[in-house]
Write a protein that binds this ligand. Structure first.
Ligand code: NIG
Ligand code: FE
Length: 419
């Protein structure tokens, strides 16, 4: 058996603990439950106790000699960050489109001309499973170096059954090969593939009657996601796909109101989606509906920055009672980043979340957005020992010194994976 680990003397231990189940909203997003001179005792990959250094020193006094001791003086300790929305498995890259957008093309123009999601779909269809794995591992390594220990990953660059399954299989293999935990989302409704151009309804039927039964049978996905957007899938089409996904036991998520308001937030509330993503153009009515339904707003401020769009109204959503999570949206087009620390910084600067709210949005609420809050997202006895040690003395400094990777060490299930 591995030695117990005792992390002690943390300047601040942000536990994110609470006796409330489910996502935090309003003032509960600010309550990090901080322990000064904090410490954590870990055994067999699991958190056994959290408290002050004095308290745990007393509890474990007879076995301290058997433990590996980590001195966290002058450092902040938090739960491993959780990224609840990524498109981490894809082939190729699209740096030329970045240049084109800076020269005036829009995201949707590029996509309609066969670039964007279509370009990545071609490259993903052509890639072997091994190639996709190799490319994704580099991204997962980078996530880990930035303090992320659990992520969601979507299919959606196959847009045919064979390649959608290939992407989901790759996610499962990555889960076995890499220390990061992954949960998978089926997103066959990411775009209408070029072979169905002009036959959008037929593609919707194809997803519902051909793809979904096979995806459900494969057991490779827990969630279903749809890009509900003008020129992609309409409100009605998105609803049909989501309802069919629910029939197969998949939990809905929706890319909603990113470029144009198509009442995606209202749809997410209506179908009982666990989260709605993007929400740049969501109306007050959409915010109200999400608050009433308890839908988590999964906000992606790096995507807004990269597309040079106004960010979602994170401040307003929190003030109106919507639980907020944040994510990189890591993808080759609108947000090729793996930095959750940068996303937290942007959540503060561009959406006016407070430093405490940004941390809740990147840990506990992010875990809720992928239904993993019973395992990860806070430092509490019984949870996985997914822990980050930061080179800053408090949680405010983590957001204040922005654009820098402050990670000093990361433990995943009690194993040190970044040092
Ligand atoms: O979440 N908005 C749709 N999908 C992705 C972008 C995918 C891509 O451009 O490849 C997103 O931003
Ligand atoms: Fe996305």
């Amino acid at each position: 058996m591995n030695k117990p680990i005792w992390i002690k003397h943390a300047a601040q231990l942000a536990t994110l603990a609470s006796n409330v189940d489910g996502p935090r909203s309003k003032t509960a997003m600010s309550d990090l439950i901080i322990i000064e001179d904090g410490s954590v005792w870990i055994e067999s990959g699991v958190i056994k106790a959290v408290g002050t250094t004095d308290e745990l020193g007393n509890t474990y006094r007879n076995v301290i000699d058997s433990a590996e001791i980590i001195d966290a003086s002058n450092s902040l300790v938090t739960p491993g960050l959780v990224d609840p929305h990524t498109h981490v498995v894809y082939g190729g890259s699209r740096e030329r489109e970045f240049e084109m957008r800076l020269q005036g093309s829009t995201y949707i123009d590029i996509m309609n001309k066969g670039g964007g999601i279509h370009a990545t779909t071609n490259m993903t269809r052509e890639a072997t499973e091994q190639e996709l794995i190799q490319q994704a591992i580099a991204r997962l390594d980078s996530f880990l170096e930035h303090g992320v220990t659990t992520i969601e990953g979507k299919s959606g660059y196959g847009l045919n059954l064979e390649t959608e399954l290939k992407q989901l299989k790759v996610i499962k293999e990555l889960q076995q090969m890499h220390s990061i935990d992954l949960v998978a989302t089926f997103m066959g409704a990411h775009a209408v593939p070029k072979e169905f151009k002009g036959r959008e309804e037929e593609y919707v039927d194809h997803i519902i009657y051909d793809m979904l039964p096979a995806i459900a049978q494969s057991n490779l996905a827990q969630f279903i996601d749809v890009f509900c957007e003008k020129g992609v899938f309409t409100f009605e089409q998105s609803k049909r796909i989501i309802e069919a996904g629910k029939h197969y036991g998949l939990i809905p998520k929706i890319h909603a109101d990113e470029i144009v308001n198509t009442k995606g937030a209202e749809l997410a509330a209506e179908v009982g989606a666990i989260s709605a993503e993007h929400l740049l153009k969501t109306s007050n009515q959409g915010i109200k509906k999400m608050a009433e339904a308890g839908t988590i707003a999964c906000l992606l401020p790096a995507t807004a920055l990269y597309l040079r769009e106004q960010s979602a109204q994170g401040r307003k959503m929190i003030d109106h009672g919507v639980p907020v999570a944040i994510s990189t949206d890591c993808n080759p087009g609108s947000s090729p980043t793996t930095s959750m620390p940068l996303v937290m910084n942007l959540a503060c600067i561009n959406m006016r979340l407070t430093p405490a709210e940004a941390l809740t949005a990147a840990t506990y609420n992010a875990a809720c957005a992928i239904n993993q809050q019973h395992k990860v997202g806070s430092l509490e006895a019984g949870k996985q020992a997914d822990i980050v040690l930061w080179k800053v003395k408090n949680y405010q400094e983590l957001q204040y010194l922005f654009g820098v990777n402050h990670v000093k060490a990361v433990w995943k299930k009690g194993v040190k994976v970044v040092d």
